[in-house]
Design a binder for this molecule. Sequence first.
Ligand code: IVH
Length: 712
Amino acid sequence: MADISLEKATKEIAGLRRQINHHNALYHQYDAPEIPDVDYDRLFDRLVELETAFPQLQTPDSPTQRVGDKPLSGFAQVKHDVPMMSLAKVFNDTDLADFEARILKRLEIEDADAEPPVYSCEPKIDGVAVSLLYEQGLLVRAATRGDGVTGEDITHNVRTIGSIPLRLDTSGSPERLEVPARLEVRGEIYMTRSGFAAMNEAAERSEDGRTFVNPRNAASGALRQLDPRIAAQRPLRFFAYSAVFKNGDGKNGDGGNTFASKSIASVPILSTHSGILTLLGQWGLPLNPERAVVSGYQACLDYAQQLLAKRDKLDYEIDGAVLKVDDLRLQHELGSNARTPRWAMAYKFPAEEASTLVRDVEFQVGRTGTITPVARLEPVFVGGVTVSNATLHNMDEIERLGLRIGDRVILRRAGDVIPKIVSVMDSSGMGTEAIKGESIASVPIKTISMPATCPACDSPVEKDGEVLYRCTGGLICPAQRKESLRHFCSRTALDIEGLGEKLVEQLVDAERVRTVADVFTLTKDDLISLERMGDKSADNLLAAIDKARATTLPRLLYGLGIREVGEATALSLATHFGSLEALMQADQEALVQVDDVGPIMAEHIAHFFANQENDKVIAQLRERGVSWPEHQAQTVSDELAGQTWVLTGTLETMTRDEARAALQALGAKVSGSVSKKTSVVVAGPGAGSKLDKANELGVKVIDEQGLIDLLE
Ligand code: IVH
């Protein structure tokens, strides 16, 4: 604990409580959080820290002494049979090791060779905690967690969720156990990511254009509507994660799976948490398919790592792994603290949302002149990386967000997806006014408007269509030239290794390269005069340029940067016309005959070749030794027809794209995930869960050499 005086702590505690209460109300009563969870957690954790250091300052009304917040009025209140607790959390491996050490100590297991505890591992679903009450097998009531003791009755909405059984069915259960007369199933209602995305797309097109910040808020909002038709339209689902029931004369326990101790001895499935989940599944309740039972915290860590690697591929959001001591007798022995059980732990993943400040908005000019606003942010750690820029796409997006320079915003970065500003935090709120005494930077508020002239070349900016703005400078605009050149040299175009962003920038600024054809006039003297360019790198670059002279028609077509012509279209055009001459002669009617070419793209293509400047560049490319043979469609052999292959780990002698293309040329399908239907998995060094899965399913696994042998 930092050295802080009692007086200072008293002050800070008061401030924190005020802020936390404010955010609790917004979150739990109005579904309108102003700050992302990470910020809330920081406030909360700091309060816990201070109250631990100064126990004399702890009060019964402190927000640390309750689990959630007051239920919303307007809904009937529901008192939970057993309080709904929350989970303690750790963010790293050592703290998880400590969790197990504490368990062993409490259970008085001192023998270092003793078997470690067995854990039920589950994804921590980022949804809304609910309690479903079944009486005589019938769903009679559904409630939110509320403050953990009292929640709100949301039965009318929950009944609309198709995957929640209205009646439990014991006929499929090999255990032949009767459903307890009164059974409370707990779990998480969530919204699928795909459903959320579709819903937001529709919302964006709607009149007010207001979208939902994330699937959890959207789910929570739907459950707190008085009109069940709203919930019925939302893609809501449920996963069960525990049950509370009295069986015979049992006493209720602490919020996990609870039942009479008598039955533990007699029915094995009732003696573990995972057993109870299995039973719930047999009765028709949806269970998360990613759960696992493992032994010891080290295996829990492995589980968490594998789950994290899958995070983006799941159709629901998770924010960590939950690790629960599986043996219910041990759970009982371990008991609970005020808010959290001692037998469970949340291992949290990096947050995908964070708040930050928009310091400025700049306008970037793309290859075809489109002008895109980009926010310059106060750097912030989100989704596992530090982010300092976010694209704002277009002016409509700025308007939709109501964004101004100087606003605090919620930034989201999920998986490898580019970071996105999802909302502007209400600046009237108490937000992040001062956490841990840090004062948060501020920037004067300023509205954002599209400049009248191009920031790179001062040519007039024109509106193009509904939302886009474009620089009219064409080739005189250095920004457009740089972008075209970068695109031309990129890996999937001419693939000139070493001619990256920095060099392109210098070459264009020095006016040494104007068009893409000028790349092929570069000399060693030109290169050595550039910053950070040694003798050896200059030779390497010249060799790379020379190598790129022998290219292919699809690469050239893609590299020329014709509007809307991506890699796939470039390939279709090359396949259809065979040569550049034939393509250049094609009119729009001929162009639309090509797969994936519509009238607008046909116009762009025709327009491109009608421009004499472009003709000149193509002629210069030829003069300077660039060549592309006539394109022949690759003949697909059927050697691997009907097979599905998966590539995983690192390949050393070829890129993944090359391996995929080679397999496809032999008629195989190449998939991203392993299943029973997978024919062969090619595993290189670093292969992880896909390899494990292949081994588990008995799918054939070969290494890179095996693949090379086959291809040869
Ligand atoms: S167990 C006493 N299991 O995480 C333990 N919780 O602070 C009760 N959550 O809002 C929770 N997935 O709704 C448990 N597999 C899972 C979970 C899970 C998500 C939520 C829970 C609560 C929060 C815990």
